[in-house]
Design a protein around this ligand. Sequence first.
Ligand SMILES: [Zn+2]
Length: 80
Amino acid sequence: MKCKEFRDLISEFLDGEMVISIRDEFLIHLLSCEECKKEFSVYLKENIMLRKFLQDVDPPSGMLLSVINMITKGKINKEE
Ligand SMILES: [Zn+2]
């Protein structure tokens, strides 16, 4: 997945409308791309509901759990 695709998909992810197969690719890119982590963290601040969304995912994949840990430990926002 390219950065542009990732950014186009962020709102879809936050809306919970993303299909599982794309979600995994999305999360892989999120975990591997520093630029997109920063971009994503901006959206996170504006979408507090995402926390609830992440908690409601059933079942959470290993990749998604990594993202949840990253978010709850504040690693995404380390530069601020
Ligand atoms: Zn990227």
